[in-house]
Design a protein around this ligand. Structure first.
Ligand SMILES: NC(=O)c1ccc[n+]([C@@H]2O[C@H](COP(=O)([O-])OP(=O)(O)OC[C@H]3O[C@@H](n4cnc5c(N)ncnc54)[C@H](O)[C@@H]3O)[C@@H](O)[C@H]2O)c1
Length: 247
């Protein structure tokens, strides 16, 4: 690999929900570009780290638990202060508004939203010292689609966009950016229960007529977390083959 493709050399990236799916693909893509990777999940994602090799470590991190964030902060210092945080872990049960209960609502918010606040709380100070940092929040293109049973999820994913807009204002003067990324339907274990017909009915609405793969999401993450995106912040970038159009 030539040096031009080692765009993330010298950076340390933390990825949540990196045990499978989109998070695993993001962790592997960042490592390929030269980043040291802290791959985290409910259980330490050893398989992801085995795939990457010596430039990664696996740590357990339940993103809803503040004490876990604190513990990961302390352990991360062994491999280097975190420069890049990709909050990817997500919770997305389908519940119609009549079925939705408060524990499910709260778990959705804790997993999909509290995580972003907690990551900023624990990892901003080191980024500020270095005058460089990147936050990427994995939202969803579902915020713009008419999909029933997902009011809690859509609320949480819309809030990620809001948080990134607000965070962007507070950290800009320290060379730190905060952006949301909105994937479309992606081929992961989370969507495995959908029939091929159900998936087709989604991807047929895209300009690019195929199901997205986790690797389709990584390019935008690499761009937003690199130096080339230093002037892009507070944005919501859709990565869905051209299904959801805004503006
Ligand atoms: N797959 C899609 O079609 C799709 C589309 C748009 C957005 N997204 C978003 O992308 C992200 C990843 O989705 P995926 O399809 O790869 O999901 P996935 O279910 O395959 O993987 C999610 C990972 O998050 C982990 N996780 C769940 N709760 C956690 C917690 N409390 N703490 C730490 N880790 C936790 C899981 O263990 C799992 O490894 C999610 O935020 C999801 O909302 C997915």
């Amino acid at each position: 690999m030539n040096n031009a493709s080692r765009t993330h050399e010298g950076k340390t990236a933390l990825v949540t929900g990196a045990g499978q799916g989109i998070g695993q693909a993001i962790a592997m893509a960042l490592a390929k570009r030269g980043a040291r990777v802290i791959a985290t999940d409910l259980a330490a994602p050893e398989a992801t780290v085995r795939n990457i090799g010596a430039s990664a470590i696996a740590l357990p991190l339940d993103v809803t638990r503040e004490e876990d964030w604190h513990s990961v902060l302390l352990q991360s210092r062994e491999i280097g202060d975190v420069d890049i945080v990709v909050n990817n872990a997500g919770y997305f049960p389908n519940r119609s508004i009549d079925e939705l209960d408060l524990p499910t609502w709260r778990k959705t918010m804790a997993t999909n939203l509290d995580s972003h606040f907690l990551s900023a709380k624990y990892f901003l100070p080191a980024m500020r010292k270095k005058k460089w940092g990147r936050f990427v929040g994995i939202s969803s293109n579902m915020v713009g689609l008419a999909i029933p049973g997902m009011s809690h999820y859509i609320a949480s994913k819309m809030a990620i966009i809001g948080f990134m807009r607000g965070l962007a204002n507070d950290v800009a003067s320290d060379g730190i950016t905060a952006n949301a990324l909105l994937p479309g339907l992606t081929n992961t274990l989370a969507t495995a229960a959908q029939s091929d017909e159900q998936k087709r009915s989604t991807w047929e609405q895209q300009a690019i007529k195929r199901l997205g793969e986790p690797e389709d999401i990584t390019g935008a993450v690499l761009f937003l977390t690199g130096d080339d995106a230093a002037f892009i912040t507070g944005q919501a970038i859709v990565v869905d083959g051209g299904q959801y159009r805004v503006g």
